[in-house]
Design a protein. Structure first.
Length: 255
């Protein structure tokens, strides 16, 4: 279901079903990667995580590693699909634009009551900046993770500097991914962003909210849905022209 206005329900479709699947595949697998990455450290027994119902396996390094690999497969596949699918469709609404940094400052200030938020398109400027940052973090995690996986499975004697570099990169971007996750949750917790939560689950947001905060986007959707004026087919237009030309002139009226 593409973007469209459901006026009778006071809704506007913001995300297609495929986009929701992408989002939740990356979100759930990313959360699994965070948790299992922590479990691979010797913390489960130390902090009594193993006593939590259903997490008795958390102190087993091999089990955590296998779950980590499975989540990484979903995470990587969903990320690649997202880039290829939307890239081929030419959908670049989340790509950063010139002036996004300055606009983000204005929006963030308005969230705390300082100034008024300007009319927005579908995505806020800080969303576009966060998207670019998350893409870079995911890319570094995938590359460094592939190096570590290759070493574990196929090349146990891999060069130590390469292994250490991959490990440090993976750990650093693991922390950045965790911080980005916290920032994402923090943004959702802000009251002006609450109406967006519905879109994460159903794909639609309230139309009155969209008109208030994303009027430029609503205008684009309305223009795309507006019926276009129709004109006669070339053959019909030619026939009409011939009829006009062949019709005899009317006799002049008597004086």
């Amino acid at each position: 279901m593409s973007e469209k206005i459901l006026a009778e329900k006071n809704l506007i479709v913001r995300h297609r079903r495929i986009e929701l699947i992408e989002h939740w595949a990356i979100a759930i697998s990313g959360l699994a990667l965070l948790v299992t990455g922590i479990f691979e450290l010797p913390v489960a027994k130390r902090y009594y995580i193993i006593t939590v119902p259903g997490l008795g396996w958390s102190a087993d390094f091999i089990t955590s590693l296998y779950i980590h690999y499975a989540a990484a497969l979903v995470f990587t596949a969903a990320g690649i699909f997202h880039l290829v699918y939307h890239g081929l469709r030419g959908e670049r609404g989340l790509m950063p634009q010139k002036g996004d940094t300055a606009a983000s400052i204005v929006v963030i200030k308005s969230l705390f009551g300082f100034g008024k938020e300007p009319p927005m398109h579908k995505y806020l400027p800080e969303q576009r900046l966060a998207y670019a940052g998350m893409v870079f973090i995911m890319l570094m995690l995938v590359i460094s993770g592939l190096v570590k996986t290759y070493k574990n499975i196929y090349a146990p004697d891999m060069s130590l500097p390469v292994v250490l570099t991959a490990t440090w990169v993976h750990n650093i971007f693991f922390i950045l991914f965790f911080l980005a996750f916290l920032s994402h949750m923090g943004a959702i917790a802000l009251r002006p962003n609450w109406p967006m939560i519905r879109g994460i689950f159903t794909g639609s947001v309230r139309l009155d909210y969209a008109r208030h905060r994303h009027p430029l986007w609503v205008e684009e959707v309305e223009k795309a849905a507006a019926p276009r004026p129709t004109c006669a087919a070339p053959e019909e237009a030619a026939q009409m022209t011939e009829v006009v030309q062949e019709s005899p002139p009317e006799p002049p009226e008597p004086a």
